[in-house]
Design a protein around this ligand. Structure first.
Ligand SMILES: Cc1cc2nc3c(=O)[nH]c(=O)nc-3n(C[C@H](O)[C@H](O)[C@H](O)COP(=O)(O)OP(=O)(O)OC[C@H]3O[C@@H](n4cnc5c(N)ncnc54)[C@H](O)[C@@H]3O)c2cc1C
Length: 530
């Protein structure tokens, strides 16, 4: 049993009794078996004493129970780590940042409270997973689509709070949330946006409310527990078309990214595209051997031309009426062709709706295909095969959506990987989830060998510093690296972190909520952890 810091076994036992009186004994998990469910399956501390292990888990089934739990936690100084469905794999799973914190598991609070068809929004509770939500929309014949992240078993609220992302025009999940209900650290209930106006019909439509817009303060933070959230949905489009674009030369990367960025800034494209390299990642044995041998660029480009593979490529998806898609595609095609001689274009898939969505098969060449049609899936776990068998952690810095920055990243990170003794990535992919930016995603594998994990952690910390030296920060990170990422945001003697701490101390003086989340430590643990 891992007790919270500064809490005696007797006090912990007394708190558990009180928690049990609120949720019932069967919903407080303190046995090893129960606690194990909340450990991070992808922990970078596997088999080491430093793994962040919770003292237990509590599963309330109502907002009132959450409030009561928070009041008791204050009384006994028991820290709580709220999770919605707790499937945050790659970023810490359900486990807390600080050993001994109890996981507040909101999975049972899982109703879809409202779906508004004409205004295309819904209000949901934390335990609503993408699978649940999809089924609810289908069963009730709502002609609305949700945007899913690749794993469909996570929650709409937890994913949005983490600044998660998907594939359709609604891919930036936090951007498409509207209004929250929260249990604050003192147990009080608060609504943000127009939710603060009793019975307002605008809670799910007008984010800003009146006065300071504070909902964003509760994302990636430890200032409150979100118990309801509004989320905007996409009216079912008439069509979805999916095109492949490829460009032949290594030096095309700069105009390729710049043109795609311009198309996005104009609103011609608004979905997730990712820069890949058909040559560098080719499964064709001859080309793969050339890549592995370190063949010169011209040779690779020539092999690419012969095999009809671009040096760089992407997939552009469009959603809406076919005639509008055709006009958008024509514009995109013309601009890309003008900017990059030899660019090639191909229609990869085309769907028209309404159609029986249950009949849609996972497209063989596109692991994101079903998800991009608003259908939750778990097929992403087929990627990576055995190399990620024991788990992985994402290193995910964000760069401006600029060809120059992207080209620079292709030099900086492979070199950094080499210098750190790791196999450099063939290419550093960039994802357009957040307008005007690219997220670079570099998975680092977890091993069963603690020595390898230790080396990986050192490397990850070095990468954070190398990225920061180039002005690139992470958009999200695993619990193990939250302090290191926050450390880099040092403008004016860490004014931002000091401001976070000021808020934390004011709203949560006992340091009950998620100590250490995003590098924000409450006064009570600050000295021992920073
Ligand atoms: C192979 C693979 C692919 C992935 N692909 C994607 C992807 O495409 N897009 C993407 O976004 N992610 C992706 N992820 C990361 C992750 O799995 C998902 O983001 C997942 O949805 C997060 O889990 P969850 O929704 O259960 O969130 P939770 O685990 O419930 O929550 C995440 C964190 O948010 C906070 N939180 C959650 N709920 C509350 C609340 N009610 N109040 C206050 N704080 C709260 C807590 O700090 C919690 O730890 C991927 C992971 C893997 C392994």
């Amino acid at each position: 049993m891992k007790l919270p810091p500064d809490v005696t076994a007797a006090n912990f036992a007394a708190a558990v009794k009180r928690f049990q009186s609120v949720v019932g004994p069967e919903w407080v998990f303190v046995s090893d078996e129960g606690v194990n469910l909340y450990r991070d399956a992808y922990t970078p501390f596997r088999g080491e004493p430093d793994e962040y292990i919770p003292s237990g888990g509590i599963g309330p089934n109502s907002v009132e129970q959450v409030q009561e739990i928070v009041r008791i936690a204050n009384e006994f100084k028991i820290p709580l780590w709220p999770v919605s469905t707790g499937r945050n794999l790659g970023y810490g799973g359900a486990a807390p940042r600080m050993t001994g914190t109890m996981v507040l598991d909101l999975k049972q609070i899982n109703r879809v409270l409202e779906v508004n068809d004409s205004l295309a929004y819904a209000i949901v509770e934390p335990g609503v997973s993408y699978f649940d939500f999809y089924r609810h929309l289908q069963d009730n014949h709502h002609k609305l689509w949700l945007d899913c992240p690749d794993p469909g078993w996570g929650s709409v609220i937890g994913n949005a709070l983490e600044h998660g992302n998907g594939h359709t025009p609604y891919q930036d999940h936090f951007d498409f949330h509207c209004g929250m209900e929260l249990v604050l650290a003192n147990g009080e209930l608060m609504r943000t946006g127009m939710g603060a106006l009793p019975n307002s019909p605008s809670w799910g439509t007008f984010k800003y409310g009146f006065g300071p817009h504070i909902s964003p303060m509760f994302s990636q933070s430890n200032f409150g527990i979100v118990t309801k959230m509004g989320i905007w949905l996409m009216p079912e489009p008439e069509a979805v078309k999916n095109y492949l674009v490829a460009v032949p030369a290594k030096t095309d990367l700069v105009p390729f990214v710049d043109t795609l960025a311009n198309l996005m800034a104009r609103g011609i494209t608004d979905t997730n595209w990712a820069i890949g390299s058909p040559i560098l990642t080719s499964q064709n044995p001859k080309i793969a051997a050339l890549v592995a041998s370190g063949a010169p660029t011209e040779e690779l480009e020539r092999a690419g031309r012969d095999a009809n593979l671009g040096y760089w490529g992407t997939r552009l998806r469009f959603y809406g009426p076919p005639e509008i898609i055709d006009a958008q595609w024509k514009y995109a095609w013309e601009h890309l062709s003008a900017a990059i001689p030899g660019a090639t274009f191909k229609l990869a898939a085309s769907f028209t709706f309404p159609m029986d969505r249950d009949s849609i098969e996972e497209p063989p060449d596109d692991v994101f295909g079903k998800t991009a049609l608003g259908i939750p899936s778990l097929s992403i776990f087929s990627l990576g095969g055995t190399t990620r068998r024991d788990g992985h952690i994402f290193f995910s810095p964000i760069i401006p959506m600029s060809g120059r920055e992207m080209a620079k990243a292709q030099v900086i990170f492979p070199q950094a990987f080499k210098d750190l003794g790791m196999k450099p990535p063939e290419l550093v992919g960039g994802w357009s989830w957040f307008k005007r930016n690219l997220v670079l995603l570099m998975p680092m594998t977890i091993s069963k060998d603690p020595a390898e994990n230790k080396k990986m952690r050192e490397n990850y910390r070095s990468l954070i510093k190398i990225a920061a030296a180039n002005g690139w920060g992470e958009y999200r990170t695993a619990t193990a690296f939250m302090d290191h990422v926050m450390d880099q945001l040092s403008f004016n003697n860490h004014a931002l972190r000091r401001y976070h701490e000021t808020i934390k101390d004011a709203v949560d003086p006992n340091g009950i909520l998620a100590p250490g989340k995003s590098g924000i430590w409450p006064k009570r643990y600050r000295e021992s952890h920073t």
